[in-house]
Design a binder for this molecule. Structure first.
Ligand SMILES: N[C@@H](CCC(=O)N[C@@H](CS)C(=O)NCC(=O)O)C(=O)O
Length: 237
């Protein structure tokens, strides 16, 4: 067994939430930086994740787990004292899955056309059409989330969970694409501000921007993609 490795995407990957969750977990872990769209679609990375997406987690026992939701459940199960995932079968667990599903579908997807327009160099009427669609969707997703959020401090109640980590990784896309004023969605805004002051969120931001970052003690450093052993693929699939 060795420390897990999280493959995270830059710029602005949704893997941000997995970095925050690892920090909150207290587990030891390493990171592998993957540039998007260039490195993520390389042969070197596609043996890690054939669909050319981040995040993927190389687990402590040498398996590959992709999809943010699966990664959060994996990290949560290995760090029960951090309460990142509520206990299986409880009302809080239902709420966690409900919120996480919304974030992973409606909230995430609302930004998709904006990323597409940027990555594929859209211009003219095509770009305008994509942006109009995305802006409508991003506003609707924020309005939906505002309704979903109660008055509790965190997404699933009184305790922060992996869902909050994931929320932050996607919510900050609005700062990049400048679609709306988050203050028009007071509960969403409050949650965003609470998370912005978390040390783990500042750490993930520094990591993405290549700045020096100490973290809470679990981070053991970066592993370059070309140093991931070849047998990883065979054990993972
Ligand atoms: N359903 C996947 C989505 C993963 C995904 O779409 N990742 C994006 C970054 S947020 C990616 O790697 N895109 C590749 C690219 O932009 O080239 C999950 O939840 O993990």
């Amino acid at each position: 067994m060795s420390a897990p490795v999280l493959f995270y995407g830059v710029p602005e990957g949704c893997s941000f939430g997995s970095i925050v969750a690892l920090e909150w977990s207290g587990l030891q872990y390493r990171l592998c930086r993957v540039e998007m769209p260039s490195q993520v679609s390389s042969d070197a990375y596609q043996r890690i994740n054939p669909v050319a997406e981040t995040p993927t987690l190389l687990t402590a026992d040498g398996r590959l787990v992709s999809q943010s939701v699966a990664i959060f459940h994996h990290i949560g199960a290995r760090s029960p004292d951090a309460h990142l995932v509520p206990p299986h079968g409880t009302p809080a667990w239902d709420r966690f899955n409900e919120v996480l599903a919304f974030l992973n579908t409606g909230f995430f997807e609302s930004f998709a056309a904006l990323w597409f327009a940027m990555e594929h160099g859209s211009s003219g009427p095509e770009k305008a059409g994509l942006e109009r669609m995305a802006r409508t969707k991003v506003r609707k997703a924020h309005a939906d989330l505002e309704l979903l959020l109660g008055d509790a401090p965190w997404l699933t109640g009184e305790h922060r969970s992996a869902a909050d980590a994931y929320f932050m990784g996607i919510a900050r896309w609005n700062d990049f694409h400048k679609v709306l004023d988050r203050r028009d969605y007071p509960r969403v805004h409050r949650l965003h501000e609470r998370l912005a002051s978390e040390a783990a969120v500042r750490f993930a931001h520094a990591i993405e921007h290549g700045e020096a970052a100490a973290g809470g003690g679990g981070f053991l450093g970066h592993v370059p993609l070309d140093r991931i052993p070849a047998e990883v693929e065979l054990r993972g699939r």
